[in-house]
Each structure stands twice: as C-alpha cells, then as structure tokens.
Design a protein around this ligand. Sequence first.
Ligand code: ZN
Length: 428
Amino acid sequence: MHLLCASCILGVMALSLRAPRPVAAEAELRSISSLVLSKRVAQALAAIDQLGSWITEQQILLTEIPAPTFQESARGEAIRKLFASAGLRTRTDSAGNVIGERPGASRKDAILIAAHLDTVFPPGTPIKVRRDGRRLTGPGISDNGAGLATLVCLARALHTAKVHTEFTLLFAANSCEEGEGNLRGMRKLIETFRDRLRAVIAVDGAATDHITTMALASRRLEVALTGAGGHSWADFGMPNPVHALARGISKFLTTRVPDTPRTTFNVGVMQAGTSVNTICGRAVAKVDLRSESEAELDRLEAALRKSVEAGVAEEMGAAAEAGHSSDPRIEVGFRSLGERPGGELPADAPLLEAIRQADRHLNNQSRLERSSTDANIPLSLGIPAIAVGGGGRSGGAHSPCEWYDPTGRELGVKRILLTTLSLAGVEP
Ligand SMILES: [Zn+2]
C-alpha cells in the first residue's frame, strides 16, 4: 500500500486519464539516458548515495520540531538554514512557505519542487523519534519528514556536484497542506510563480510505487446547530441541538454514493455539550466530502444540507409534541473549512514522460493514482504537476506510531532528480 498522508490516502485509486487540458508552455524533454552521461549529473547521483546517514539525521531533527498546521515557522526556519547551506537563495513568504531558489540560465522558466512542512499532530504532542535498527518511529517522521529530507538531499546533491540547469529550480517547504490548512501554502506559491512554472513536483511521504497525476476534489464543511439550552430535567422536551444533529447526521449517513465516479464522505468530528445534565446550546460536526466528479460533490453537499435541515425539523416536531411548540427553532449554520479543486495531468505531458523514463532507468515500478495533495492546485489551473513520495519505506501515517525506514531512499531521491533535470535541462 502506498503511504501518503491520510488526507492523500483516502481517495487514492488508479483511473484512466481524461482528455488533456491545454497548457500554455511546457518544458521540452531531455532523455535521461543522455543526461546521466553528464559528469556532473553522475556526481550528483553519487552524492545522493553518500548523503544517506547525514540526511537521516536531518530528517530526525526536522521531525522533532513541532509543526502543526498554521504553526510551521520553527521547522521552517530550520529548513531555511539547510537550504542556505546547500547554496540556495532563501526567503520566507507571507504564507509561511520557505523558498530556496537555485537560479538557472533562464530565470523566467522554473520547476517547483515542494514538500509540506506541517503535520496533523496538535500542539503539545510529544515528538521524540525512536530508533530501532534502521526503523525510525515518531509522529510525522514520514509525512512529511521524508518529503522534507528529500528536498534537502536533492538541493545538497546538486550543490555538491555543481550542476547548472537551464531552468531555475525552486525548492519550497510549504505550509498548510494538512487538515484545515486548505493548501494555503501551495496556493500562495502558485500565485507567486504561476507565470514561470513549467512543472510542479510535490514530495509527500515515502512511497515510490505511485505517481499522483489526478487531483481528487474535496469539500470540508462545518455544520453548527444553535439552540437556547436548558436543564435536562426541568426543561425536558425543549429542542436540543445535539439531538437534532444526531438525527440529521444519521439521515445523511444513509446517502447512497456511486462507485463510479468514486464518491466518499466522512463525519470526522462531532462536538457538543458542557455537562451531562445540560441541554446544550451548540452542536458542531465537521464533514469531509470527496469525489472524482464535481457534480457528485454538489449532490453530496446538497444531501448533507437537506439531512441536517430534516434532522432539525424532526427535533422541532418532537419538541412541539412535548409541549415546547413555542420554543425558538434551532438555528443551522454551514461554514466551508476548505475546498480542494480537481484536475488531471494530460497523458502526453512531458512531466509524466520524464518520470516514466526515470522509473525505467531506475527499474522502479509505479502506477498512476488519484489523490488529494498539494498538486491539486497547479493541476486545477492546467500547470503540469505530480505528487510522489521521497523514497524509503513507511507506515502508520497520521498516527503516533508512524514509522520510516530509509532503506531505498536513494531511489526516491534519484527519481525526482532525474525527472527534474530532464525537464530543467543541464548546462554543459
Ligand atoms: Zn502529507
């Protein structure tokens, strides 16, 4: 099984590609078999092999700096120093993205290689990476410690080997990929560099057995029901937002969704109440809707809204029967927590051909996948983009027992290096 973060995992499946979307300007492809004849490229590949234990140390250090979504700055500063030591021109933008620029012969053409900084773990989560032989265990060690380590390793290998590229390379440790971050970091990067970008590679987790070329669309909604509240005994029968929410959500759960286009939903959070003997004033649910089709997402969102309204109507009916017909109606509020647009990389995109060539060269097997990642944003705008793992093995993403084993990391890093260079071009 692929080992992307859960926000990525949930909707992953292989599908055929739809008709390509026209793209303004794209990179011309250099063959990887000729690229590897360059002495400097060979030196960069050798450097990746030599950086193994050093990069694992950096991965542990980075992982142990907490980086909940919206609070990534300390980890960002650590990676900014690593970027600078690899010869990159660094800066941090207003979204908290740490950008390391490696100018090529052309400043106007650029390839963006990004890995998200944030983790799903809330502030205060103890993060101490435990070693057991080659296996490292700790929250975020793979998602996205592995992605960040790969970025640093790539930059350092190119620096050591003094590889000069035709296109500019932009390395970015971006903010807000997870949870309610709503891809804020990647949105900002695309806004800043949109006209220059010839390709985007998002590095997420470890696995090298997939290429995410299809962006899964999703919507996240918060439902909040508000009532007057009261005493469980004295006010029995008055409209209760918890009861109304429970009624509404159980109706929603009976919604039928198609297998094709694959469509899913999840009630991830329900919060309400102050004490056991109180009719509470407010009940909240957070719901994640995903589909391969925007039309199905519309239908699913409509079903959620209708179910919640029906739940409230049922609760008001029950209250009226209990003699509370004059109580104010429970108020219903919906709020968007995020929306990820869909999109697809055309089947004939040079970026896809580049990574397939890299896979052939490295003898790596991979399949195309649909998933929800930072690549959603460029893909939705017709900018060629993929999401891939950084190399190595991993498991338990988004759980405290998340683990990573660097065995095979070199393959993942070389795969991205060769893909990048075949698009960016190498100066003699
Ligand atoms: Zn991730």
